[in-house]
Ligand binder design. Sequence first.
Ligand SMILES: Nc1ncnc2c1ncn2[C@@H]1O[C@H](COP(=O)(O)OP(=O)(O)O)[C@@H](O)[C@H]1O
Ligand SMILES: [Mg+2]
Length: 348
Amino acid sequence: MDNNPAVAFMRDPEGRYVYFNRTHQLLFQEPSASWLGKTICEVFPAQTAAELAAHDAEVLATGLVMRAEEKVPARDGILRDWLAFKFPLQDAVGRRFLGGVAVDITDRKLAERALRESEERLQALSRRLLEVQEAERRSFARELHDEIGQALTGLSLVLKTSALAHGEDLSARLREAQALVKELMAKARDLSLRWRPTMLDDLGLLPALLWLIDRYTAQTSISVQFEHRGLEQRFRQQVETAAYRIVQEGLTNVARHAGVATAALRVWLGTDVLCIQIEDQGAGFEVKLLHSSARSGGLSGMQERVHLLRGRLVLESAPGRGTRLTAQLPVQEAENGERHVTDHFAGR
Ligand SMILES: Nc1ncnc2c1ncn2[C@@H]1O[C@H](COP(=O)(O)OP(=O)(O)O)[C@@H](O)[C@H]1O
Ligand SMILES: [Mg+2]
């Protein structure tokens, strides 16, 4: 019994200890104290003693073996989880005792809790992904309607009137129709590039980023100092897409919130990670406040992308002191789901 890793004990019907093994002694008892003859009320905090006494009483009353999970503090006072089996015992003269063995299942409980939390997180994540997908579809639909739908309506009208026209009038209308078709083609091309630049798939991250920066500067007049290293190779598709979307959202945020004329973009290949950094010297903001506000914006989407790839995202900002966003995306796919993710939003 003494070398048993489980604790073993016997108590009388008043809850007085009449036996315990060495493991029990080492785990619960101060070396100088002796628990023999003491009741559970004397050696445990009131709440623990009450819980144990209730279980003991039930076993003695029913005469059946009980399997119970109990929270009992060890010698250091820290509550631990125990899986206990309790059973009735009888001595030669018919006195009844309570016998018990218990093993420490604290680590298992912790692991179960971690698993539950990670499952909940995953569920929340997939809910969010569905919402984002819906939101994107809504915005695609609106853009299609506004940009393409209207031009098509115009074209249809011009063609209708040209059916009745003759001579110079007809050729003028056809020229107008042709101009509308050209405009439509440009719009369609622009929309499809905006939704998903084909060059990201066809040519890779670097050409797509160069194109994005060009377009960004043309539209916002913000110049981008782009430094990169190690981008001549292709990366797996998830990494290229995430990197592209992070830069897109990061630069958009600079244009929307920072109030600056230049931004810096650095993308480089480190050891096993693709690093992306977007920095501006603009307005900045209180990062702490971001946590409490609704987490539906571009930054949380960015954080989710990084999470899914088991990467790391660091956001440093402070009012009046600019913003720096750094993402690290593992280049190789993780072999299992156990790599730790650290997300870290910090003040500056
Ligand atoms: N580069 C930046 N400069 C200043 N403020 C920023 C910057 N990036 C983000 N922010 C702040 O963080 C908030 C959250 O950003 P985001 O999640 O992208 O949502 P949104 O851009 O739709 O407001 C912004 O509303 C803004 O206040
Ligand atoms: Mg944004």
